[in-house]
Design a protein around this ligand. Structure first.
Ligand SMILES: C[S@@+](CC[C@H](N)C(=O)[O-])C[C@H]1O[C@@H](n2cnc3c(N)ncnc32)[C@H](O)[C@@H]1O
Length: 262
């Protein structure tokens, strides 16, 4: 289950890759814009502002996220849909998926299908985190695979659920698209507050730690957080009241071929 309140921590840091992704989408007057895995909807609302004449839709498999998104009252429709079941429509000129496909095993096939089914001249813009080999995620896997949690958590965490930028570029150029692919490492400077848990742990609680939280009872979750927090504090020490948290992200923007003039 996703907790929109916990996910919204560090909202400014989380929204920057969305803005950087959208900056490379050149659509001028799209008929329809779809945000796949829209989360709590604030970023979807910015799509409606950028393209005031477009029909904007945000879809997410989490009912909790969608109920937050609906409550915004933005000029967008929202619905509970699994992206694996979604089919592009003939007017879907812009499709965005920001920080979602790392949760969807086998998503290369989805990208191939979407780019084939989108209308001519459409834009598909995708961003996924590329930090699965970072100290934060290595520490998470190490703690989960050690006693006393290995039996419960050992198989839960995947090593590398995403591709790199050249890999995504190849999948989409093989499917006939024109592609712009890149990666960026942001250095988030997170405030270190001695009264709360380590900020990288608080960040991870909103995303990577969700499957662990779901698998453990309250007591075990507290112990797990303490063990992981110790490792994170060693890997990401505070300096001048701030913790530097480098975070790699992978971007790909693809356009389908335009219809040739008759
Ligand atoms: C890290 S959040 C990103 C939310 C939003 N795109 C943003 O950038 O803030 C990941 C979102 O993907 C959604 N999600 C994960 N798997 C999904 C799936 N198979 N179909 C639809 N949404 C999915 C989750 O419910 C969650 O809201």
């Amino acid at each position: 289950m996703w907790d929109p309140t916990v996910y919204r921590r560090f909202g400014a840091e989380r929204s920057r890759p969305f803005a950087d992704l959208l900056a490379r989408v050149g659509a001028e007057k799209p008929r329809a814009v779809v945000d796949l895995g829209c989360g709590p909807g604030e970023l979807t609302a910015t799509l409606a502002q950028r393209w005031p004449t477009a029909r904007v839709t945000g879809l997410d498999s989490s009912p909790e996220m969608i109920s937050k998104a609906v409550a915004l009252g933005a000029r967008a429709d929202f619905g509970v849909v699994d992206v694996r079941d979604w089919q592009p429509g003939p007017d879907d000129d812009v499709v965005i998926s920001n920080a979602v496909l790392q949760w969807v095993p086998g998503h290369h096939d989805l990208l191939r299908r979407w780019i084939r089914q989108l209308p001519p001249g459409a834009w598909l813009a995708v961003q996924v985190p590329g930090n699965f080999d970072a100290p934060s995620h290595r520490a998470l896997r190490e703690v989960a695979r050690a006693a006393p949690w290995a039996d419960q958590l050992g198989d839960l965490l995947r090593e590398t659920p995403v591709d790199d930028a050249p890999g995504y570029a190849q999948v989409l150029t093989d499917s006939g698209a024109t592609v712009d692919a890149w990666e960026t490492t942001y250095v988030h400077l997170l405030p270190a507050d001695p009264a709360t848990a380590h900020p990288v742990l608080r960040w991870m609680e909103g995303t990577a730690l969700r499957p662990v939280r779901a698998a453990l009872d309250d007591g075990a979750w507290q112990q797990f957080g303490a063990a992981l927090g110790e490792r994170l504090a060693a890997a990401y020490p505070a300096r001048n009241g701030l913790v530097a948290f480098p975070f790699r992200r992978i971007f790909v923007v693809a356009t389908t071929p335009k219809e040739s003039p008759q």
